[in-house]
Design a protein around this ligand. Structure first.
Ligand code: PLP
Length: 409
């Protein structure tokens, strides 16, 4: 049965192992696995559970609704922090669901306090300070007033300030002077909060890049995202294997059509690729509607995004369309409709990686995995459990086992 001729296969054993590797890089800190944006496209709930099995004790989301989704799915054995929301967010539900909330603006503290009063329980908050990213977070001038208000709310039992955190702008360029400047600004903010009498449970600054490259940034809790999924946050420094990471997502499809065409045939919209000799073309039934980046289209001179077909590494020929791409299988190719095509995977079977697609499209691996479209089914395999275990079979990059059907985002 093949309802959709493509799928994402997520190796939950790789997720577990990646979290273990991250914990080993930060032995004095707790690990918060960041699972925002449907776990970077991998599937929120299965990834969250695997990350907890791998040793994470916290889960991090951007939106409050993502945190609530985790709780409603029964993920109750871990702290969950949500840090991005706008006025009117379901904060009362969040407090009732025991979700920690980031506070990044004065209005947010007011709304969290109102939510806590409505819920009849104390809200745990983490003050988010802007140390130089200039995105979400309290600027230094806002901190004293928010801190005073938070102290008053603490005295009433309405909120409990358990954390202070910030986010780095250039952690992916280890040693960049802004990293030191942000680290210093963070230490100052932490000092100000602690001097005001707040007893902090967790002070946290490190994303995946900082977790893997700079122990001085670990503090009490690290917040890796991309590395949980086995992708390097610093691809210009080293690939995932250097950090004990294994890419968890494989994106594969079946060839829909295979046919001969003569030399000179123009391929796909715009005829940006014209076959140089009699050849065989294959149609792969995924396109930008499924997250295949159109920027990775191929031309005459530059092959597009990489694909593995029958053990060969080929490139997209011509433009990426909404639902499909074309690949030049080469003269006399013996591939057939139904044969497996791997767009990306862990790379251990010679297949391309999400990083290769990022390079081909001029973007980052984060965007490649996160944007795989909602119509592509996600299935889950377990690479580190013996066959016969309740969760199933042993995955192999080139020959995945019968997949365990999982949730579709
Ligand atoms: C997304 C995010 C992270 C994780 O970043 P990675 O680069 O994927 O490790 C950590 N903290 C915050 C505040 C984030 O928004």
């Amino acid at each position: 049965m093949n309802d959709f001729p493509a799928r994402v296969v997520v190796d939950l054993g790789a997720v577990r192992g990646n979290v273990r590797s991250l914990a080993a890089h930060a032995p004095t800190a707790q690990v918060m696995a960041v699972v925002k944006a449907d776990a970077y496209g991998h599937g929120l709930v299965p990834v969250a559970l695997a990350a907890l099995e791998g040793g994470a004790t916290w889960l991090g989301t951007a939106q409050v609704t993502e945190a609530l989704h985790l709780r409603r799915a029964g993920v109750t054995g871990a702290r969950v922090l949500a840090w991005l929301y706008a006025p009117g967010a379901p904060l009362r539900e969040a407090v009732e669901a025991d979700v920690d909330l980031g506070v990044a603006a004065p209005w947010a503290l007011d709304e969290v306090a109102a939510a806590a009063r409505a819920a009849g329980r104390t809200a745990r908050v983490h003050l988010k300070v802007d140390t130089g990213l200039s995105r979400n977070g309290l600027v230094p001038g806002q901190l004293p007033d928010v801190l005073a208000a938070a102290r008053a709310l603490e005295a009433e039992g309405v909120v409990d300030v358990v954390g202070v955190f910030s986010h780095l702008a250039l952690a992916d360029e280890p040693g960049h002077p802004t990293v030191r400047a942000q680290a210093d600004a963070f230490a100052q903010a932490v000092g100000a909060v602690e001097r005001a009498g707040v007893r902090l449970e967790v002070r946290h600054l490190a994303n995946a890049a900082a977790t893997l490259t700079d122990p001085a940034l670990h503090w009490d809790l690290v917040r890796p995202g991309i590395a949980v999924y086995g992708l390097s946050p610093v691809p210009q420094v080293a690939g995932p294997d250097a950090y004990g990471l294994v890419p968890a997502m494989t994106f594969e499809a079946e060839l829909a059509t295979v046919k001969p065409v003569p030399a000179g045939a123009g391929v796909s919209y715009g005829h940006r690729y014209v076959v140089p000799r009699d050849t065989v073309l294959g149609v792969v039934p995924v396109g930008y509607g499924d997250g295949v980046p159109r920027h990775a289209s191929g031309t005459q001179d530059r092959p597009g995004g990489p694909l593995q077909v029958g053990g060969r590494r080929l490139g997209v020929a011509g433009r990426v369309c909404m639902d499909q791409v074309v690949v030049d299988l080469g003269p006399g190719a013996h591939d057939a409709a139904g044969d497996r095509v791997v767009l990306f995977g862990p790379g251990t079977g010679g297949e391309p990686t999400a990083q290769d697609w990022a390079d081909a499209a001029g973007t980052i691996s984060y965007e490649i995995v996160t944007r795989v479209g909602g119509r592509v089914p996600r299935t889950y395999v377990e690479s580190d459990r013996p066959a016969g275990d309740d969760l199933g079979a042993v995955a192999h990059a080139a020959h995945p086992p019968a997949a365990v059907p999982g949730g579709v985002a």
